[in-house]
Design a protein around this ligand. Structure first.
Ligand SMILES: [Cu+2]
Length: 454
């Protein structure tokens, strides 16, 4: 799952000649959607690197004490889940672009090349910087025309979790996937920032891609059909792996058009920082869900002390599904048996669905048009998980090696710790006034209810 491609990139940068050093650094391009091994700083002050979920950190070039990066805005192909590729816009071969990791106090120079068919710019969300480096096209600079390279330079003044994204035709460019993470590590021990064993980061993003097509519909305002983390949807999102007892930080930024209540199973966390900086210790409280509003970053931290495979997901249930039509009537309790035959005379492939809920969808693996992410998918050790979208698994295992982020497989539950089927159960108490014979589903036949938008 990991490869060393980003390190190869670092080696090739180190080999450039003195003459080339004066020019724009060679951009390091990524083609794989797999989580890349943490990027160990080749020079400069050391830090514990972040792991970008299904992403990577870009190497830099040190040029007379300045860390130089090169981001190339360009069309990319992103595999959002196995078998489903989207035509997006991104940076250096992928969407999101590479994570930029620096240390508080670093002087940073970023070259931005525009290989898009329209002008763009780069905004450094959350940074303290000179106004003219803020990247708002029209306000602090002209937009960068296609084919041109611009340079930004400032000092990373405060530690924290930030983002970068265009501030030119944002509605289109962010709907197409143009965004990335920026991590500034503290230069020394910081009273409000704990050292952690594992430091994960991802961006929340959303796309509206018709089943069978590959390009997002950029005019969509609310009714997206792909809710993604780093432009991946479950089961394409990598697990978050932790050694039992590790202190884990997860940095989450939201560049979608709605809020996402991010929820973890089996543990409670505290929000230790936002894009405004560290949260003072006296202002933290325990949570198992935290809402990440649009344009916000949240850093959550916890001790991974419970072994197992713990679901970690957005708590909006429609955000843990992939491409689906939302104008579908509720069919629970509706007898469709005579309907199917009649409709099949017109549409031979028609299947009656939903009479007893939608769980059957998870078993069917229905063929959609080519290049469609299944709506509810992913197989676990006990059957179909029936999820999509913003869903992953926190895998806590004892005895992992420090720095081992590879997928340990499914959890082996100790004897006596699994929910199980039983034969005779004690009678369930009924609410007062409940009829002795509960109404069964087949006597509740009713007309389908229309359902439009939400
Ligand atoms: Cu959500």
């Amino acid at each position: 799952m990991f490869n060393r491609r980003s390190l190869l990139g670092a080696a090739s940068l180190a080999a450039v000649s003195k003459a080339a050093l004066a020019a724009v650094p060679e951009p390091v391009i990524q083609t794989s959607p797999d989580t890349q091994a943490p990027h160990l700083p080749p020079n400069g002050r050391p830090y514990n690197p972040v792991v970008t979920l299904n992403g990577w950190t870009t190497p830099w070039r040190m040029n007379q004490g300045v860390k130089e990066f090169h981001l190339v805005a360009e069309p990319v192909v992103r595999e959002m889940a196995p078998g489903f590729k989207a035509r997006l816009w991104g940076y250096n071969g992928q969407s999101p672009g590479p994570t930029i990791e620096v240390v508080e106090g670093d002087r940073v120079r970023i070259f931005v090349t525009n290989r898009l068919p329209e002008p763009t710019s780069m905004h450094w969300h959350g940074q303290r910087l000179p106004n003219g480096m803020d990247g708002v096209s029209g306000l602090t600079q002209p937009a960068i025309p296609p084919g041109k390279t611009w340079v930004y330079e400032f000092v990373a003044r405060r530690p924290g979790t930030f983002m970068y994204h265009p501030h030119a035709d944002e509605m289109v460019q962010m709907a197409m996937g143009m965004m990335g993470l920026w991590i500034t590590h503290p230069k020394a021990r910081h009273p409000q920032i704990d050292e952690v064993d594992r430091d994960y980061a991802f961006l929340l993003n959303a796309y509206d891609i018709e089943p069978g097509s590959a390009t997002p519909k950029i005019m969509t305002m609310l009714d997206f059909n792909l809710w993604s983390w780093n432009s991946r949807v479950f089961p394409g999102i990598a697990p978050l792996v932790a050694r039992q007892g590790d202190r884990v930080r997860i940095r989450i930024g939201n560049l979608t058009m709605t809020n996402h209540p991010i929820h973890i199973h089996g543990h409670e966390f505290t929000v230790t920082g936002t894009d405004g900086g560290p949260v003072p210790r006296t202002a933290r409280w325990p949570e198992v869900t935290t809402d990440v509003a649009v344009g916000q970053m949240r850093q959550i931290e916890f001790i991974a002390d419970e072994e197992g495979d713990w679901a970690f997901h957005c708590h909006k249930s429609h955000h843990t599904m992939n491409a689906m039509g939302h104008g579908v009537p509720t069919m629970i309790g509706v007898d469709q048996s005579d309907l199917t035959e009649k409709i099949q005379q017109l549409l031979p492939d028609y299947m009656a669905m939903g009479s007893s809920g939608m769980h059957e969808m998870a078993h069917m693996h229905m063929p959609g048009p080519d290049n469609t992410a299944p709506m509810m998918t992913g197989d676990g050790p006990f059957g179909p998980i029936g999820m999509g979208g913003m869903f992953s698994v926190l895998k806590v295992r004892r005895g992992l090696k420090r720095g081992d982020y590879s997928d340990p497989g499914w959890f082996q539950h100790p004897a006596g710790t699994l929910a199980r089927e039983v034969g005779d159960a004690p009678p369930a108490p009924q609410a007062p006034g409940t009829p002795a014979e509960p109404a069964s589903a087949d006597v509740q036949v009713r007309k389908p209810q229309g359902h439009h938008g939400h």
